[in-house]
Design a protein around this ligand. Structure first.
Ligand SMILES: Nc1nc2c(c(=O)[nH]1)N[C@H]1C(S)=C(S)[C@@H](COP(=O)(O)OP(=O)(O)OC[C@H]3O[C@@H](n4cnc5c(=O)[nH]c(N)nc54)[C@H](O)[C@@H]3O)O[C@H]1N2
Ligand SMILES: Nc1nc2c(c(=O)[nH]1)N[C@H]1C(S)=C(S)[C@@H](COP(=O)(O)OP(=O)(O)OC[C@H]3O[C@@H](n4cnc5c(=O)[nH]c(N)nc54)[C@H](O)[C@@H]3O)O[C@H]1N2
Ligand code: SF4
Ligand SMILES: [Mo]
Length: 764
């Protein structure tokens, strides 16, 4: 643990992971949280949520492994018993039904990915390829499209909102959700600067929309029509960037006829937007020197999700706004957050029951219950959940809970007794994110990329372990590797004194040749040897960063050297690792030139392949999409980002300063029609379930659309629905999702309302 009074770390509440400094009192309370000016990206910025981190630190915690007994109650057991029993059951299930009967869910939230990295060791021991993850309920359509356009599903681009003259934000509300560095000053600057233009496309008059020069209030779920019309207008009028298309892309001729056929006026009308506004945006983008685009859940968790991903990218690609300063640009990763999955026809892995393909090596939460709740001989029988709360955060709480309860083995690794933990057989208590070495791989910047390895700032709570150690113990108990490696450990200590001699890498390679079985568990071998030889007693899991630093320095030698690291080959890797290990505020790890961003395209010809036949076919079939006709009146945005939600990280509702109940927003005229006044409580029901929720009458909503936040409704001692708020996934269903990526339609949940009397709430 560090000795300073100001403890440098990062905020764990959204993927920006702003650098922060925390002051603690003697009882370990976070008494002040301020922005860390030395953080290379956030530079002192933070938002109101970070100042409440003490509620994360001091929430009700798990302090012992738990096992459910025959009467469904938890009893505490020792770590040794828990590890032994779980390992035995995993081996038994694997050896009887094959590794594919075991799956893993989670692996990290907004601030903690080291545990997920080590989760790979348990998956290797179980011999399973299945990872279900939150990213596969939002970004997998994007990954699939990126795979086609740029060559690999794990290519990603950053969105240069702060540097562009013309900015388009679609389906995102950065003033609340961030998603870009220093979102508030950045958006405010674009909005205020008379030389810059901010366009926002959203059905809701959001905080960001209110700042926009042009606000296109699209009808919910109709973005594909709007974007097709925009690109259609550009191509039909010859406004595309012909030089860029010629130099950097292939396949334009193939996509051109499809956009020439788009009925621009008709699609504008379907999307609810005036055609003139679409033309204005088309002209604005094509005449701007620089243009950047930010998109997020509003078009991902919505109708035509994967098609939206394709069209959004075509907007900046056909207009040549890519790979230059002030435009979206591919970036590198210290270590890629996801992988690349082959298509099933090319030998890619699919799930056993529904036959779903992996995208980015991830599988979608929406199919998880179907893979379990069946008598199919190849169903999933065991699930390890780490740092995720599927019962509460995956679509369809009811089915997710039932699925977890029906498994032969269910294990949850978490800091708290979550809804999912309550449904599981074993619960293992983890150290929280300020008690261990942690990092995220959300280092998504260009041209200068960064990495922040966080040191613990608080002593681990008694009874808890960090995830890498939990996985190591399980893998050892499964008989995959020994508990210690004395000789290699001794060599690692020598190696740290004179890394230039490369004693450890040579000894490691030799030990892998002698013990080929260890190869699958190389990371754990390094962690138990080199990790233990690092200068901090708690730093074992930084062994992975040692691996990653060496790979990165080899791959991006020029760019790492440009960032001020000296040496070549392994010496450069060591220099990078040492700086990462010792930089409490994070460090710049590479500097690219814009020209070099084209090296990050993964197609062999280094060009962007514009044609994706499946997407063009989907677009051609848009006219066949029928209007929704059902018994429901409203379209619910099931999961809005607000001032006081942060996914599932705060269980104690007292952390909220306002909107304490997470109210349901409704347009004044809709409220009047339903006989609802601001603050009334209602029963909101879908085909799948219901919630009881307070209302908030506001003209921010369009007619017939409602909005409620996610991140509310978690059980907490001393609280009921009036203070915890409602659990959003009681309303969602697993079938309502994108046909290709299976990402849920959380922005389009069909619901009705019914006023409830306050006295009914007591029983709700
Ligand atoms: N209806 C609806 N559902 C949604 C959304 C929506 O908009 N609408 N949004 C979706 C999106 S985009 C996301 S990203 C997901 C997020 O959903 P999840 O990934 O499930 O949520 P997280 O908040 O990341 O946290 C998961 C768990 O990590 C635990 N945790 C915290 N720190 C640690 C730690 O150090 N170690 C371990 N082992 N556990 C820890 C917390 O207690 C919590 O139970 O929710 C999704 N669900
Ligand atoms: N405060 C806060 N910030 C967060 C989080 C949090 O829990 N709380 N979670 C983090 C996570 S995990 C994520 S993934 C991001 C998500 O960040 P965002 O995607 O920006 O957040 P959302 O509020 O879910 O949705 C974005 C916008 O989509 C709009 N929208 C709804 N339907 C449609 C539609 O049909 N078309 C269009 N164009 N827009 C539509 C909504 O009105 C909303 O303004 O936020 C991150 N930041
Ligand atoms: S919630 Fe996000 S934007 Fe706010 S301080 Fe934390 S990391 Fe930064
Ligand atoms: Mo997310």
């Amino acid at each position: 643990m560090t000795q300073e009074t100001n403890h440098k770390t990062a905020c764990i509440l959204c993927n920006q992971n702003c650098g922060i400094e925390i002051q603690k009192d003697e009882a370990g309370n976070f008494v002040s949280v301020i922005g860390d000016k030395d953080h290379p990206v956030s530079e002192g910025y933070l938002c109101q949520k970070a100042t409440r981190l003490n509620y994360y630190q001091k929430q009700e915690r798990l302090t012992s492994p738990l096992r459910k007994n025959a009467s469904g109650e938890f009893e505490t057991i020792s770590w040794d018993v828990a590890i032994k029993e779980i390992a035995e059951k995993l081996v038994q299930i694997r050896d009887t039904h094959g590794g594919k009967s075991i799956a893993y869910a989670g692996g990290g939230g907004q601030g903690n990915h080291l545990g997920g990295v080590y989760g790979a060791t348990l998956r290797a021991a179980c011999d399973t390829p299945y990872i279900y993850a939150a990213l596969a309920q939002e970004k997998t359509g994007n990954f699939w499209v990126n795979g086609h356009l740029f060559g690999r599903q794990n290519t990603n681009y950053c969105e240069a909102v702060g540097e562009a003259d013309y900015v388009l934000i679609i389906g995102a509300n950065p003033l609340q959700s961030h998603g870009i560095p220093k979102a508030r000053p950045t958006i405010n600057e674009v909005a205020r600067n008379p030389e810059k233009t901010l366009v926002v496309i959203d059905p809701r008059k959001t905080e960001t929309a209110r700042k926009a020069d042009l606000f296109l209030q699209v009808l919910p779920g109709k973005d594909a029509y709007l974007m097709a019309a925009l690109i259609g207008y550009i191509i039909q009028n010859g406004l595309e960037d012909k030089d860029f298309i010629e130099k950097h892309t292939v396949g334009f001729d193939k996509i051109k006829p499809h956009f020439e056929a788009i009925p621009v006026s008709e699609y504008a009308k379907i999307s609810g937007i005036d055609e003139d506004q679409i033309i204005q945006v088309a002209k604005g983008i094509t005449s701007a020197k620089t243009f950047a685009m930010r998109s997020d859940l509003g078009i991902e968790q919505s109708h035509n999700s994967t098609l939206n991903a394709y069209l959004a990218r075509l907007i900046f690609l056909v207009t040549g706004h890519f790979g230059r300063e002030g435009t979206n640009c591919l970036h590198n990763f210290l270590f890629p957050l996801i992988g690349h999955s082959k298509e099933p026809e090319a030998g890619g892995i699919t799930t056993q029951v529904t036959g779903m393909k992996g995208i980015g090596k991830l599988f979608p939460p929406n199919i998880l219950p179907q893979e379990i709740l069946t008598d199919h001989p190849n169903r999933l029988r065991a699930l390890i959940v780490d740092s995720a709360n599927p019962v509460a955060t995956y679509a369809d709480t009811h089915s997710q809970r039932k699925a977890i309860e029906s498994l032969e083995l269910s294990v949850v690794i978490d800091v708290a007794l979550t809804e999912t933990a309550q449904a599981a057989q074993y619960v293992l208590p983890a150290q929280n994110q300020f008690e261990k070495m942690e990092a995220t791989f959300f280092n998504l910047e260009f041209p200068n990329n960064f990495f922040h390895l966080r040191h613990p700032i608080e002593k681990p709570l008694e009874g808890t372990l960090d995830e890498p150690e939990i996985y190591r113990r399980l893998v050892v108990a499964m008989g995959e590797i020994p508990n210690s490696f004395p000789l290699l450990g001794a060599i690692a200590k020598l190696d740290r004194k004179v890394p230039a001699l490369k004693l450890f890498p040579v000894a490691l390679a030799m030990s892998m040749t002698i013990n080929p079985k260890w190869k699958k568990q190389q990371l754990l071998v390094v962690t138990e040897t080199l990790g233990k030889a690092l200068p901090y007693t708690y730093a074992k899991s930084a062994a992975f960063i040692w691996f990653a630093s060496h790979l990165f320095a080899r791959k991006y030698t020029k760019q790492v050297q440009r960032a001020g690291f000296k040496g070549k080959g392994p010496a450069l890797g060591e220099a990078l690792f040492n700086r990462i290990l010792n930089s409490k505020s994070g460090t710049i790890i590479s500097k690219h030139t814009y020209e070099e961003s084209w090296e990050l395209v993964r197609h062999k010809d280094k060009k962007i392949h514009l044609e994706i036949p499946e997407m063009l076919k989907w677009m051609a079939e848009l006219p066949k999409q029928a209007e929704i006709k059902d018994d429901f009146t409203f379209n619910l945005l099931a999961g809005e980002r607000r001032a006081y939600n942060a996914n599932a990280l705060f269980r104690n509702p007292d952390w909220r300063k306002k909107d304490t109940e997470g109210a349901l927003k409704i347009h004044p005229e809709d409220a009047a029609e339903q006989g609802i006044e601001d603050g009334d409580w209602v029963r909101c029901y879908s085909k799948n379930g219901e919630v009881v929720i307070k209302t908030w009458v506001t003209d921010e909503m369009p007619r017939k659309m409602l909005s409620m936040p996610h991140g509310y409704g978690f059980s907490y001692p001393g609280h009921d629905v009036k203070t915890t708020g409602a659990l959003v996934n009681n309303l969602t269903s697993m079938e309502d999702c994108d046909p290709l990526a299976k990402t849920p339609y959380h922005k389009n949940v069909r619901v009705n309302l019914e006023k409830v009397a306050l006295e009914e709430l007591a029983t709700a």
